[in-house]
Design a protein around this ligand. Structure first.
Ligand code: XMP
Length: 520
């Protein structure tokens, strides 16, 4: 892989829930960085040749026999190291200090630390005598610092809040600078990357784009690439980038299962064929999907049928095109990071997610995944850089199985059409109110419940429509969007008046957890 810049930082992951945030903060400072699990950090170091290293937090205790360690030679490289929480403890122990175990488990909380001595880490940002808010992690604690270290910030409960060895440029902290509850945390990480490690801070999406184009050309040569478009941002950005690299060697396939939102298919086809001039095969298989879904009400059965049928159609189209050497996918960084998991045990399948990732072995195509190093918001920046229209780039996520999982009970063409109309009204109102970008995802669902109503002088007996809107950072957790009552009333009135088949509207007030974002 061509690195997008010579100035990189390596983040060694010890399994903290928030390691990805360290990477995001460093990248926000214009410095390219990558995360590697502690046991693969030595190889990652060779590949990246970073100018500095960050040791993440993690759930382990250095008191355990097999606790994770940073590669010992990292401390002899002469490079700056920033160690956070668990990283601080393992660094202290690996350099000859002493760590004592705490009685309870780990706790986190807002704390105020006093700056007691100067440090290059916060020069020009914090001064001696000041107090600053941080998000403190209380678990095991350092009891005796390694030689060369001194305390530069502390609080009553955290005597080693920040301890540094200024000569060796080793900085360690008990708190999480990467989370928003440490208001100056982003600045501390930026100072570390730029002022201390000497990274230029000039990594841009333009540089990423150029590096990726070079990579794609080198990987693909004169081979043929096929890319499945889902209508979402990730596959669209991947396709436009690959097209810029290899032009007509790329063919996109859009499997139209008839479960898209109003106007979506037209948008995708127009955008790709007309604006970008990218060869696009539009496979209209609505009938195949709807007939297969007839009578199916179980959510997992719907998901499995749609996933498998999607793959069959894609496979058949690839064969019709005479095969291809490469399959392009919009895989993102969070899917790639080998997370360090200590939980063990089987995890429960909540939903079978459907992605093109499940393509059969027999297709035997090599993968082209040009977004593998990017976070979702960075993909949006790249999309803008590539000239994709804002309305497309800023779109809310939409699930692979489409409207099928927003119609609990049996999915029929009639019910899809009803839902499309209600959903379009809801989104139009959200856009008109200027709320679209403040919401992670908003959509309507059509319930398999009929209720009695009255329209004019007549009795109605029609379906209930549910409205959902959530805010979220990554879709893993979500909060309900607090619309004003007048807004919801307006939407409900319009839907009942304008959409035949719906006579009642309800708003979903469930956060995630315990709810999920989609209803099925
Ligand atoms: P849940 O419903 O699990 O959704 O809280 C979390 C996020 O994932 C999206 N989602 C999917 N995306 N294929 C996808 O590509 C799927 O099968 C799928 N199911 C849910 C959902 O819209 C939300 O953004």
């Amino acid at each position: 892989m061509t690195l997008p810049t010579a100035d990189t930082i390596l983040i060694v992951d010890f399994g903290s829930q928030v390691t990805q945030l360290i990477a995001r903060r460093v990248r926000e400072a214009g410095v390219y960085c990558e995360i590697a699990p502690f046991n693969a950090a030595a190889e990652a170091f060779e590949r990246l040749a970073p100018k500095g290293i960050i040791l993440s937090g993690g759930p382990s205790s250095v008191m355990w026999d097999d606790s994770p360690r940073a590669p010992q030679h990292f401390f002899d490289l002469g490079l700056p190291i920033l160690a956070i929480c668990y990283g601080q403890q393992t660094m202290a122990q690996q350099l000859g200090g002493l760590v004592a175990s705490s009685d309870g488990g780990k706790e986190f909380g807002r704390a105020y630390i006093d700056v007691v001595a100067p440090s290059a880490l916060f020069e020009g940002l914090w001064s001696v005598g000041e107090k600053h808010q941080v998000w403190m992690s209380h678990g095991d604690r350092v009891e005796r610092l390694p030689e060369g270290f001194a305390v530069v910030a502390q609080s009553e409960g955290a005597p080693y809040a920040i301890a540094t060895d200024e000569a060796r440029r080793f900085y360690s902290m008990m708190f999480h600078p990467e989370v928003v509850h440490t208001p100056d945390g982003g600045k501390l990480l930026a100072r570390f990357a730029k002022e201390i490690c000497g990274c230029s801070g000039e990594w841009t999406m333009g540089a990423y784009r150029d590096a990726k184009i070079a990579d794609i050309r080198a990987q693909v040569g004169d081979g043929k690439v096929i890319c499945g478009l889902s209508g979402g941002v990730d596959s669209a950005v991947a396709a436009v980038l690959i097209h810029e690299a290899i032009g007509e060697q790329l063919t996109c396939v859009y499997v139209d299962h008839g479960l898209m939102r109003a106007g979506e298919t037209e948008q995708v086809v127009t955008l790709f064929r007309d604006s970008f001039n990218i060869p696009l095969v539009h496979v209209d298989v609505e009938e195949l999907f709807l007939s297969g879904l007839a009578g199916v009400t179980d959510p997992e059965k719907k998901r499995k049928f749609i996933g498998a049928t999607f793959i069959d159609v894609f496979d058949a189209e690839a064969k019709k095109l005479g095969g291809a050497d490469f399959l392009a996918q919009g895989t993102l960084y969070p899917d790639v990071i080998e997370s360090v998991s200590f939980t063990g045990g089987p995890s429960v399948t909540i939903k079978s997610h459907h992605n093109v990732g499940g393509l059969p072995e027999t297709m035997k195509m090599k993968l082209v995944e040009p977004l593998r190093e990017l976070f979702k918001d960075e993909v949006r920046v790249l999309g803008r850089e590539l000239g994709l229209p804002e309305a497309f780039v800023a779109r809310h996520p939409f699930p692979g199985p489409g409207l099928a999982i927003r119609i609990p009970g049996e999915v029929t063409k009639e019910r899809c059409d009803i839902l499309r109309k209600a959903d379009a009204i809801y989104l139009e109102e959200i856009r008109n109110a200027g709320l679209y970008d403040a919401i992670w995802q908003a959509f309507a669902v059509l319930l398999p419940v009929r209720t009695v109503g009255v329209m004019g002088d007549a009795r109605t007996y029609d379906s209930v429509c549910g409205l959902r809107a959530v805010t979220s950072v990554d879709g893993m957790t979500a909060d309900v969007y607090p619309f004003e009552a007048a807004f919801l009333t307006r939407v409900a009135t319009r839907i009942v008046n304008e959409v035949a088949g719906i006579n009642r509207v309800v708003y979903d007030y469930t956060s995630k957890p315990p709810g999920t974002i989609e209803w099925e």
